[in-house]
Design a protein around this ligand. Structure first.
Ligand SMILES: [Zn+2]
Length: 386
C-alpha cells in the first residue's frame, strides 16, 4: 500500500479514464470524446490550446444521464472536464427540432431561358414540423426531462439535410459548453488578468471567455469553422438552459439565471463585432430560432400559470429582413420567395416593431443601392412600417 504522500497526483487523463471505466461514454463510444475536444482546441487561441496540449486540462464524455458538464480541479493545478451523456442527449433532442423546422436549399437557384432565377425542382426541403408544433415539441421535451431526468427521443420525421443542420447545432453547443468549462480552468491556471469587470459572476466570465475565444475567428476563420454556426450553437445552449429554468430546472447551480447569461453573451458579441453589420451577419443563424425560443418559454410560463407576451421583436425582424435581402442579392433566393417571406413575417409584427425594424434595415443598406432596391421591393408588398 502507498501512503498518501507517496501517491502521484492523478492526471486529468487518468481521472477521465477512471470515470469512463465506471460510466462508459454513450455517444462518443469510439474515442470517449477526444474528437469533440479536438474540435474545441481548433477554436482556441494558442495560450489556451497549450493547456490541453501540455495535459493541464483534459476531458471526455462520461456516461451519466444528468444534463450536466463540469470542471473538476485536481491536485497539482490540473483540470478535468466531464461532459455527461445526458447533456449531449438533451442537445441532440433540441437540435433535431431546430433542424426539422428549417427550410433547407440543397442547390442554389438557376436561371431559366429568359434569365430569371428559379428554384431547381426538388431543391427546397420544407420544414417537417410547423413553427407552432416545434415550440410545443420543445416544451414537451423539457417537461418530460423535468419528470424523468432524461431527454426523450424525438421520433418525428426529418430530412437528411435538416439532420445535417441539427448535427452542426448540437456539435457547436457541445463545444461551447466545453469552452465554458475550459474558461473556468483557464482562469485558475493562467491567473492572467482579464478584461472583464472584476465583479462579474463566474458563469458570465466563463461564457465571456468562450465567446471571446470564438469571436477571434470572426475576421479570419480557420478552414472549416463558421463563426455564425459557432455563435448559433452557443446561443442554443444558453437558450435551452434559460427555457428549462422557467420550469425550475437549474444547471450546475446556475446563478445568475441563464436568461441573464444569454443577455450578457449577446451584449459581448455585439461589443466584439467591429460593426452592427458584422453582428447582424454573425447572429443570422441564431436569430432564425429566436422566435421559437420565445414561443417555448411562453408555453412553459403559461403552463405555470404565468402570463407571457410573445411578440416579434425589432431585432428579429431586422435580422430576418437583412437576410432576405442578402440572399436575394447573392441569388441564393429568388425575389419572388423573398417577397412572399417578407410579407408573411411583417404581417405578424406590430406597427411600431415594423416601423423600427424597417428604419434600421434602411439604414443598414443605405450605402448599397442594389440591396436598397431589393429591400424597397420587399417592403412594397406591405403597407406596414413603410
Ligand atoms: Zn460554469
Amino acid at each position: 500500500m502507498l501512503w498518501p504522500w507517496q501517491k502521484k497526483p492523478v492526471s486529468p487523463q487518468d481521472y477521465i479514464a477512471d470515470r469512463q471505466r465506471d460510466l462508459p461514454p454513450i455517444y462518443y463510444k469510439a474515442d470517449g470524446g477526444q474528437q469533440l475536444f479536438a474540435g474545441l482546441t481548433l477554436r482556441l487561441p494558442p495560450d489556451v490550446r497549450k493547456l490541453y496540449e501540455s495535459g493541464v486540462i483534459a476531458g471526455g464524455e462520461v456516461g451519466e444521464m444528468a444534463a450536466e458538464a463540469r470542471m473538476k480541479e485536481l491536485d497539482g493545478g490540473k483540470y478535468a472536464i466531464e461532459f455527461f451523456s445526458g447533456l449531449m442527449r438533451l442537445f441532440y433532442s433540441c437540435s433535431r427540432i431546430i433542424g426539422a423546422r428549417s427550410t433547407v436549399h440543397t442547390r442554389p437557384p438557376t436561371k431559366d431561358a429568359s434569365g430569371t432565377l428559379v428554384e431547381p425542382p426538388d431543391s427546397v426541403v420544407k420544414p417537417s414540423v410547423t413553427d407552432a408544433d416545434s415550440a410545443q415539441l420543445m416544451a414537451m421535451l423539457f417537461r418530460g426531462y423535468q419528470r424523468t431526468g432524461i431527454a426523450g427521443v424525438q421520433e418525428f420525421p426529418i430530412h437528411a439535410e435538416q439532420m445535417r443542420i441539427a448535427d452542426m447545432f448540437a456539435r457547436e453547443a457541445e463545444i461551447f459548453i466545453i469552452a465554458h468549462e475550459s474558461g473556468h480552468a483557464w482562469k485558475r491556471a493562467s491567473r492572467k488578468p482579464i478584461s472583464i469587470d472584476p465583479g462579474t459572476n463566474e458563469e458570465i466570465v466563463a461564457d465571456a471567455l468562450a465567446g471571446t475565444w470564438f469571436l477571434e475567428h470572426l475576421a479570419n476563420p480557420a478552414p472549416g469553422l463558421s463563426p455564425r454556426m459557432m455563435y448559433a450553437g452557443s446561443e442554443m445552449a444558453l437558450r435551452i438552459f434559460s427555457s428549462m429554468e422557467r420550469i425550475g430546472i437549474k444547471f450546475c447551480g446556475t446563478h445568475p439565471p441563464a436568461g441573464k447569461r444569454l443577455e450578457a453573451f449577446r451584449a459581448l458579441a455585439r461589443k466584439l463585432c467591429p460593426s452592427e453589420a458584422d453582428y447582424m451577419s454573425l447572429s443570422t443563424i441564431a436569430m432564425a430560432s429566436d422566435q421559437l425560443w420565445d414561443h417555448v418559454e411562453a408555453i412553459l410560463m403559461a403552463q405555470n400559470g404565468e402570463v407571457a407576451a410573445v411578440e416579434l421583436t425589432p431585432d428579429w425582424l431586422e435580422s430576418t429582413l437583412i437576410v432576405l435581402v442578402q440572399e436575394t442579392l447573392s441569388a441564393t433566393m429568388t425575389l419572388g420567395s423573398a417577397v412572399e417571406e417578407a410579407q408573411s413575417i411583417i404581417k405578424d409584427a406590430s406597427e411600431p416593431v415594423a416601423v423600427e425594424a424597417t428604419r434600421r434595415v434602411r439604414g443598414f443598406f443605405a450605402a448599397q443601392p442594389a440591396a436598397a432596391a431589393i429591400l424597397e421591393n420587399l417592403l412594397s408588398s406591405t403597407s406596414k412600417g413603410t
